[in-house]
Write a protein that binds this ligand. Structure first.
Ligand code: 5AD
Ligand code: SF4
Length: 479
């Protein structure tokens, strides 16, 4: 351990050179254990964890919360009143950064004014960035501890050290860690659960920071996954979402022939009423997977298949490893799954994207008529290959493209929803809706529906008749 003159205990700092490396060695498995003498460090103290970013982060937060509760901490809903505050951050675009730094500024103010003993921690993808951690060491001394995505299980020790030494404690691994089994989880939802099936990503799309912040692809042992799902079934969960940055590549890093199609089938066989999975990369989506989805009623007919661009030139520069034609071929095959809905992600304003390239994206959307799409303006990220590409398009032009794209895709969302009117759909009821007197939940095709129904159905899968359609949701009544 290096003791810095600025009062930080630095156990390990993020290092992009290390993060970029991919070795072929199989990753080991380890089991989470907590030292008994830490069990009481949170007694009579409260915590709040704020999450930014994707489902992967949401699930990490479930683990973080459960670890804090093992230490005796109790959850506080008001972030500014908690004794320990952790920001679980995202690096994907500049605005995710800005949000987290904005929150740090507000926390600083509260720490100076009203909650002087507040302990502040930062983790997640931003913690894996060299520049962020250097800035925190230099300019954000009030941040008490930083840990990364590979050492979440070290939180009890890092927090204990930060409390005892009163120094800024930093531990961020750049080489991916082992797969850690046995982490506790405080699940946010009683009926729907996230289950990690793999960590990291080896695709290196040129715009994407994830291979740097989440490390090399590591698939979890299938037996551990099935065991977790079986336990969820016993506990009464109705839905699992199998999580990974690129779930279709599941198993490729293990020395077995067991694939995502095999895993999907085995998860479906556990009898859990609903199976979802995300995110898919078109490159690894196999016909076997499509067959398995068709074969099992409990694998939901709703696929998220990011396309990113409709221009072959841009796709090549993005390092996506497929052409528009290949994407459309897969898309057409997916459409043979009965009732399927397909959603996507699209980036506009990638360096060198011309108006003609953008029009190709529009044309692709006219063909695909996506049921949902997440659209973004390209955000240059330090540590990615696209950062070095020349970009002559102005922000104003990019904003205009995004506006035009959104107008088009929104039209198709509404059309897709309108086709549902009069149909009776299966809905897993989540909770009371924000709409007075209504409940809300998701259809098998992953559409949000508000409906009049029986409150006792919360947590159940019920039949709902669709009576109206909006761009982002449906309205209905329980049958
Ligand atoms: N700029 C803009 N959008 C990005 N995404 C990933 N990296 C960037 C970036 N640098 C988008 C992609 C991805 C989704 C999760 O976020 O569309 O599929
Ligand atoms: Fe954000 Fe990507 Fe990290 Fe998820 S994996 S938190 S989207 S940077």
């Amino acid at each position: 351990m290096i003791e810095l003159t600025n009062g930080s205990d630095v156990m390990e700092l993020p290092n992009y050179k290390e993060a970029r490396k991919r070795n072929t060695e199989i990753v080991e498995k380890e089991y989470y254990e907590i030292n008994d003498n830490l069990i009481n460090i949170g007694l009579n103290k409260t915590y709040h964890v704020k999450t930014y970013g994707c489902q992967m982060n949401e699930h990490d937060t479930e683990n973080i919360k459960a670890m804090l509760e093992q230490l005796g901490f109790v959850e506080e809903v008001d972030i500014f009143k908690a004794d320990v505050v952790i920001l679980n951050t995202c690096s994907i675009r500049e605005n995710a950064h800005n949000k987290a730094f904005g929150m740090l500024g507000r926390l600083k103010h509260v720490k100076e004014e009203s909650n002087k003993n507040m302990i502040i921690g930062l983790c997640g993808c931003m913690a894996q960035e060299e520049k962020v951690v250097n800035d925190i060491m230099k300019k954000y001394k009030y941040v008490n501890f930083v840990f990364g995505t590979h050492n979440i299980h070290h939180l009890p020790y890092i927090l204990d050290k930060a409390i005892k030494t009163k120094k800024q404690v930093i531990e961020v691994f750049s080489k991916e860690g082992n797969i850690v089994e046995g982490l506790p989880s405080k699940r946010a939802n009683r009926y729907k659960a996230f289950v990690n099936i793999m960590y990291g990503c080896d695709k290196f799309c040129t715009y994407c920071i994830v291979p740097m912040t989440r490390g090399k692809q590591r698939s979890r042992d299938k037996d551990d996954i099935i065991k977790e799902v079986n336990k969820l079934v016993k506990e009464g969960y109705k839905e699992v979402t199998l999580l990974g940055q690129n779930v279709n590549a599941y198993g490729k890093d293990l020395n077995t022939n067991y694939t995502m199609a095999n895993l999907l089938e085995d998860v479906a066989k556990t009898g859990i009423p609903r199976v979802r999975f995300m995110t898919s990369h078109p490159w690894d989506f196999t016909i076997d997977m499509i067959e398995v989805i068709k074969k099992y009623n409990n694998i939901m007919p709703s696929i998220h298949l990011p396309v990113q661009s409709g221009s072959n030139k841009v796709l090549k520069l993005m390092g996506r490893k497929y052409t528009k034609e290949e994407y459309l071929e897969l898309f057409d095959q997916l459409r043979t799954i009965p009732n399927v809905t397909i959603s996507t992600d699209i980036i506009v304003g990638f360096p060198s994207e011309t108006e003609t390239d953008f029009e190709e994206t529009l044309k692709l959307c006219e063909y695909c008529k996506f049921d949902n799409a997440y659209t973004f303006i390209f955000s240059p990220r330090e540590g990615t290959a696209a950062l070095k590409l020349k970009d002559e398009t102005t922000l104003k032009e990019k904003e205009e493209r995004l506006y035009k794209l959104n107008e088009l895709v929104n039209k198709y969302f509404l059309e897709s929803n309108q086709k549902m009117i009069g149909k009776v759909v299966d809905v897993l009821v989540d909770s009371k809706s924000e709409k007075e007197g209504m409940l809300c939940g998701y259809t098998d095709t992953n559409k949000l529906i508000n409906f009049y129904g029986d409150e006792k159905s919360i947590g159940e899968i019920v039949k709902v008749e669709v009576v109206d359609a909006k761009t982002w949701s449906l309205d209905g009544k329980q049958k």
